[in-house]
Design a protein around this ligand. Structure first.
Ligand code: AMP
Ligand code: MG
Length: 327
């Protein structure tokens, strides 16, 4: 075994044996950091909601955002999302590489709701870095991976950056040397009549426009670090029913979203995010639970108070946004 004892013994030189071990860790629900051609990614099995919850926990992110799901190739992308001729053309031109496509999820898409923030869309890319590709092949599952840094810190371009920032939260850091671009992937929403540029990154607007044979509309997403007004970020799922956080009792016509063992009396629809009071489990269940309770005849979803520490911060943020008046 090739252990390099720097900040942490979780750094491993990314030889075949280490990559195979990392793939097994991913399949078992653990986090693995790995180099891509953009920055180091913090990866989890995208089909495992609990594993995806660990990403938000490790990053200490005060909000949930949809994550980019990395896949091994175009065939794998077709298994998860609906592609048309134009999106296939972009995929063939830029994959493997730093272009992320936002596509409609297939009805049988196995990606966890927490990875897509409960949206009907999924952001996919095939990374070009040989270590990332080999990890995807060994793992055999799509890998959700934002940048491997604590929330608000700069994106890491070396394994040592990752170790310094996330240390014990990751099971393994695959060391492949410095990342090449240090720039994130460009993100294009490829679902509508026009292509829409959501984030400008390593692939330029001109390159995308040349490949697509059309000009891009631009709708850059709200800055990830700036607190945005409730509902501002278009790329977030909001239930139709009103949401009432901090509820200690439930009215007739309301559904109940519970947490822990202290559950108010209620006759109607009820889901407990985590009967044992585990915030990671609650995060993994949150979007599916909101969707399930958001049904005809339900006037509002009453949500019991949820602790604010750790993942509770992002859970409460999501509930506050869902509760805010919408226009
Ligand atoms: P990253 O932090 O590099 O993983 O990038 C995540 C960003 O990708 C999010 O903040 C969104 O801007 C964008 N994104 C991911 N999934 C989606 C989606 N389904 N729809 C729209 N944007 C998405
Ligand atoms: Mg980042």
């Amino acid at each position: 075994m090739q252990w390099r004892m720097t900040e942490t013994s979780t750094i491993r030189r990314a030889d075949a044996a280490a990559i195979e071990e990392a793939a097994a860790l991913l399949r078992a629900g653990a986090l693995v950091a790995f180099p891509t051609e953009t920055v180091y990614g913090l990866g989890a099995d995208a089909t495992n909601g609990l594993a995806v919850a660990r990403i938000f926990e490790a990053k200490g992110r005060p909000r949930f955002n949809p994550l980019i799901v990395h896949v091994a190739n175009l065939d794998e992308a077709e298994r998860l999302a609906e592609l048309d001729d134009r999106s296939r053309q972009l995929a063939r031109r830029f994959w493997p590489g730093p272009l992320t496509l936002v596509l409609g999820k297939r009805p049988d898409c196995p990606v966890a709701e927490l990875a897509t923030s409960g949206l009907e869309t999924v952001a996919l890319r095939v990374p070009a870095h040989p270590i990332a590709r080999s990890l995807l092949e060994f793992a055999g599952v799509p890998i959700a991976a934002p940048s491997a840094n604590r929330s608000g810190h700069v994106s890491p371009t070396t394994a040592q950056h990752v170790a310094a920032d996330l240390g014990g939260a990751v099971a393994m850091i695959l060391d492949g040397g410095p990342a090449e671009h240090g720039l994130e992937s460009s993100i294009v929403d490829a679902r509508g009549r026009r292509l829409v540029l959501l984030r400008l990154g390593a692939v330029t607007r001109g390159e995308i426009e040349a490949a697509a044979g059309e000009t891009l509309e631009t709708r850059l997403a709200a800055d990830e670090l700036r607190p945005s007004a409730p509902g501002q970020l278009e790329s977030h799922y909001a239930p139709r029913a009103a949401v009432r956080p901090g509820a200690t009792s439930v009215a007739g016509g309301e559904a109940l979203l519970a947490f822990g063992s202290d559950v108010p009396a209620h006759e109607g629809p009820m889901i407990n995010l985590s009967p044992s009071g585990d915030l990671r489990e609650a995060a993994a269940n949150l979007f599916a639970a909101l969707r399930a309770l958001d049904r005809p005849g339900v006037s509002a979803i009453a949500v019991v108070p949820i602790p604010g520490e750790g993942l509770g911060e992002a859970i409460n943020d999501r509930l506050r946004r869902a509760a805010a008046p919408r226009g």
